[in-house]
Write a protein that binds this ligand. Sequence first.
Ligand code: COA
Length: 180
Amino acid sequence: MSSPRLKLSQPQLHQLNQLVELDRLCLGGLWTPAGYKRELDSPNSSFLVLFLESTQSIIGCGCFWAILEEAHITLLMIHPDYQRQGLGQLLLYGLLKEAVNRHLERATLEVRASNQSALSLYEKFGFQQAGRRKGYYQPTGEDALILWRGDLQRPQFKEQLSDWGPSISDRLNQYDWQLN
Ligand SMILES: CC(C)(COP(=O)(O)OP(=O)(O)OC[C@H]1O[C@@H](n2cnc3c(N)ncnc32)[C@H](O)[C@@H]1OP(=O)(O)O)[C@@H](O)C(=O)NCCC(=O)NCCS
């Protein structure tokens, strides 16, 4: 059997419902259809999806807002059936490359203090904790950690991106994904 084919691309308007469903599965329903539509339309948003050709479905997405010199990462999610296969890191890598192309200097985001998977992923890409927002997430009152990754325009970071490329591809190969 041939390897399942994946495409990393920008979402289309007709995929709005799929994004909302993925959001419900991964994040418990964070954004509304109107919220996703706004991101699709906004020139300040960089929005990437992972599209699985065999099922014609979106199995992951990531987004950031470009605010002054900052890439504020607002979304990163992989469908639960496809987690731990290197797809989250592929998306984050894609977002960071896009931030570099947009001449942004830093990337930042908020994450639940208990979200070990995400914390470990961001740490792998050099994010560091820059602060904590107490009781940020309602209704539980869980704290948010503010993560930060600077120096995106430094030559060392661009070299690092090039180094990450092959190991990200290796992981995809290990799980038999074929990225188009
Ligand atoms: C966070 C998330 C995007 C990771 O996606 P993924 O495709 O499973 O991650 P990958 O397979 O690419 O893993 C990359 C790295 O992330 C970390 N990671 C991912 N899942 C992990 C887990 N269950 N436990 C510990 N570390 C984990 C590891 O550092 C891993 O590297 P390694 O495999 O070399 O150890 C995914 O778990 C998800 O969608 N979670 C729900 C939504 C969410 O919390 N988003 C983040 C909001 S800020």
